[in-house]
Design a protein around this ligand. Sequence first.
Ligand SMILES: [Zn+2]
Length: 342
Amino acid sequence: MKAAFFKEHGGAEKVLYDDYRDPVPGPDDVVVRVGACGLNHVDILLLDGRFPPPEGLPHVNGCEVTGTIETVGAAVRGLARGQRAIIFPGFACGRCEYCVRGERTVCVKYGYLGAHRDGGYAELVKAPAANILPLPDAISFEAGAALPMAMLTAWHALVAKAELRPGQTVLVQAAGSGVGSAAIQIARLVGARIITTVGSDDKTEFARSLGAERVVNYRTHDFVEAVRTWTNKRGVDVVVEHIGGETFEKSILALTRLGTLVTIGSHDTHWGRLDLRHVYSKNLRVVGTNLGSILELRTILDYVTEGRLKPVIDRAFPLENARAAVQYVLDRKNKGKVLLVP
Ligand SMILES: [Zn+2]
C-alpha cells in the first residue's frame, strides 16, 4: 500500500509518501480501507520527537480514521467486508485495575492508533474489531474523521470531567483548533455560555458561528481581563485548556471560585506554572483528561447524525500531499480539522 510515514524526526519535510508494509490482521483485528484521516497536534509531537512513537521508526501517524472494512480476522464476528466504519482510537488491556474500574483511558497499557500502532496516513490501517463502530450513512468519511479525537476529547472534558451545566460560563482556548471548535459546540449544546480565544481576527466570525458569545484575540488583548469584564469580575466556571505554558498559568486566573480547569493537551509546551494560592483559596479543581469512551463516541455520532453537532473541517488534502497538510497545521492556518484522503 501507499502511506505517508517518517523515518526520522523533524518537521514536515520528514514526511515521505511511498510504498509501505501492508497491515497484517490478527484473529481479532480488522483492516480498514481508509476513507479519511484527521490530523492532530499529537501527530506533530510524534513527528518532531517530543513524543517519539513507542514502537520506533518508521512510523505512520493518524489517529482519526473512517473507511470501509477491507479484511476481517478469523475470530471476528458481526463485522463484514464493505461495511462503513469509524475507528475508536484508544486501546486498553481490559484487565488492569483501571480497566476493571471502567476507566479504560487510564489503562496501564493504554495506547492509541497512530501512536502506539501505525495509523491512518495510509491506504490501509489495522485495528482491533472491538474498536470498530459502524459509521452512519448520514456521516461522510471526512466528517467522521473529524470526530474521534477532538470531538470525543472535548465531550469527555466538558460533560464527564467538568460536569458542565446549563447557564454556566466556559472559557474555551483556541477556537480555531479541532478541540476548541468542538468544545464550543458541546458547551452550547449543554446550554452553557462561551468565551473563547483566537490568534487572529479573521477567526472571530468563525468562533461566533460555532456558538461563542465573546471572542478575544489573545495576541492583542489579555484574555483574563476579557473574562473579568464579560463575567462582571466573577470569572468562568470552566476552562478548557490545551495549550500549556503561559496560557495554562493565566487560565487559572480566569476561573471563579469552585471553578474547574480541564487540561486536555499541551500543544505549545508540556509545562505550566500554577499560582497555588488561587487553587486552594478558591477551591479550584485542575483535572486532566485523555480521550473518552467508545460509548461517548457513539453518542457523538447520534448528535452529528441529527445535525446538532457539526464536525468543523477546514480542508482535506490528498494523502500524497501529507507533507503539505502537516505544514499547514504547523503554520496554524486551519479553522477546524485538516484531513487526509487517500
Ligand atoms: Zn487496562
